[in-house]
Design a protein around this ligand. Structure first.
Ligand code: PMP
Length: 387
């Protein structure tokens, strides 16, 4: 054997194991057991029938969960941000205007991404524990005449859910596309891409779909696809929807290699979609609503306050809770992790130091899990050292 002078010697990477906590933060959520199994299915090259079949199954499942008959539907290699970057960079070019309805951290991310592509942004804000009225949005659309409006359906940083029904029609009246983030809401809250006139939407697997992060479903309307197919700017190669439509065979007979998709993640996403199809969307939405209603009753019994004052603005998947004066949010959630092995979270972005964020979604949207979290919170509220 030849001898080599290595600049870096082999590290001692030890086996690491830990007792997995119950994941009840705003994401990631625990995996469906069947999804853990699917991750171990065989890998195969991207250019063969077995791989094509997986992709076709996924596209059918995505049309179901987005409730769309549109063709430009596929999954981006990357976490939720890659979906965000995909829809923004494909639909808007330099100097076009993106109107951002801001009430949490994700619209701020959309602003950062858009600015990097030379897209002009206009931000309208609502208090972070509220949502937008369609009248407010229409006034802004009329005033700024943007190419598109970006809005978050479920906001995991604030625990709010935005009413989107009819918003597409308003956007279209003003010549704008409607771009929507459904990372933490899809499958947990009703969503109807076609009926609500949504032009571009993305989600992610690690929330109510109960899968691993790393692959982000996206869908575009025909209106959006027409713009993409006739656009004057080039989005990043890796996120180019025109090329990925060929890889994902969105329009038929174009199974072209673009990049190597992660087959374990495809198997996992496919299995998440099988779980949703088995349960059906209406039952999934009803389960999330019932679990969260139960959890909210428990919170009220503890005399804790919701961050979001209006019940209709409260998101079914993530609840934001205000602790009584004096409690340290970080100490509180860490205590619950240490004592009960349940992982909830403190605030993020506008809610830092203002709320706890508790996620009951996907496989963890059950009365048992809701009770386990509520019991842990009751226990923590008795601990004086957390004050
Ligand atoms: N949008 C929302 C509503 C989210 O909750 C998250 C992640 N917490 C993201 C976007 C970003 O997703 P990711 O971390 O998977 O990139």
């Amino acid at each position: 054997m030849a001898t080599y002078e290595l600049t870096v010697s082999a590290p001692n990477i030890e086996d690491r194991s830990f007792t997995k906590p119950l994941l009840c933060g705003p994401g990631p959520c625990d995996l469906w057991p069947s999804v853990s199994e699917a991750l171990a299915k065989p890998v195969i090259t991207p250019l063969c029938d077995e791989h094509y079949n997986v992709i076709d199954d996924i596209r059918a499942g995505l049309q179901y969960i987005f409730q769309t008959r549109n063709k430009l539907v596929y999954a981006v290699s990357g976490s939720g941000h890659s979906g965000m970057e995909t829809i923004i960079s494909n639909l808007l070019g330099p100097n076009e205007v993106l109107l951002i309805a801001s009430r949490g951290i994700w619209d701020q991310r959309a602003n950062i991404i858009a600015n990097r592509y030379g897209i002009k942004t206009i931000i309208i804000s609502a208090p972070f524990n509220t949502t937008f009225s369609h009248d407010t949005l229409e006034v802004a659309l009329n005033k700024h005449k943007p190419t598109a409006l970006f809005i978050t359906h479920g906001d995991s940083s604030t625990g709010t859910v935005q009413n989107l029904k009819g918003l597409g029609e308003i956007c279209h009246r003003h010549g704008a596309f409607l771009l929507v983030d459904t990372v933490v809401s899809l499958v947990g809250e009703p969503f109807f891409m076609d009926d609500w006139g949504v032009d571009a939407v993305y989600t992610s697997t690690q929330k109510a779909l109960s899968g691993p992060a790393g692959i982000s479903p996206v869908a575009f309307s025909q209106f959006a696809a027409d713009k993409i197919n006739n656009r004057k700017h080039e989005p990043p190669f890796y996120f180019d929807a025109k090329l990925l439509a060929q890889q994902w065979n969105c329009y038929g007979n174009t199974r072209q290699y673009h990049h190597t998709l992660s087959l374990p993640l495809l198997w996992a996403l496919r299995q998440c979609l099988r779980e949703v199809a088995k349960e059906t969307l209406p039952k999934s939405w009803a389960r999330h609503a019932a679990t969260t209603a139960h959890f909210h009753r428990r919170i009220q019994q503890m005399s804790l306050q919701f961050l979001v004052p209006k019940p209709e603005d409260r998101l079914a998947t993530v609840t934001t809770i205000v602790l009584p004066n004096g409690y340290d949010y970080v100490k509180f959630y860490k205590y619950i992790r240490d004592k009960y092995n349940i992982l909830i979270f403190a605030g993020l972005g506008p809610t830092v130091g203002k709320a706890l964020r508790i996620g009951l979604m996907g496989v963890n949207s059950t009365i048992e899990v809701a009770d386990a979290v509520a019991d842990a919170m009751m226990g923590a509220l008795k601990v004086k050292s957390l004050l």
